[in-house]
Design a protein. Structure first.
Length: 79
């Protein structure tokens, strides 16, 4: 399937994990670059609207390595 520049799609997010999870998720191509697209349904003075956020697809989010809980202990603990 060919990507059309300056266009994208949004799908209802069926996997809401918490109150900060987007209501809709999808992707969009702008200027030849691919982005993840997220949308939240919000309420304002003028009624309901969607807040949007973009994040580059090629930007990998680096997860912090899980700590064992002992990383900050001194090496010379006497036990």
């Amino acid at each position: 399937m060919d990507k059309k520049d300056n266009s994208g799609v949004l799908f209802k997010n069926d996997k809401i994990e918490n109150e900060r999870s987007p209501n809709y998720k999808g992707n969009i191509t702008v200027g030849g670059q691919d982005f993840w697209l997220s949308a939240w349904i919000k309420e304002g003075k003028g009624g309901k609207f969607m807040g949007l956020a973009l994040s580059p697809k090629d930007q990998q989010q680096k997860a912090k390595p899980k700590s064992s809980g002992f990383d900050d202990m001194p090496d010379d603990v006497p036990f």
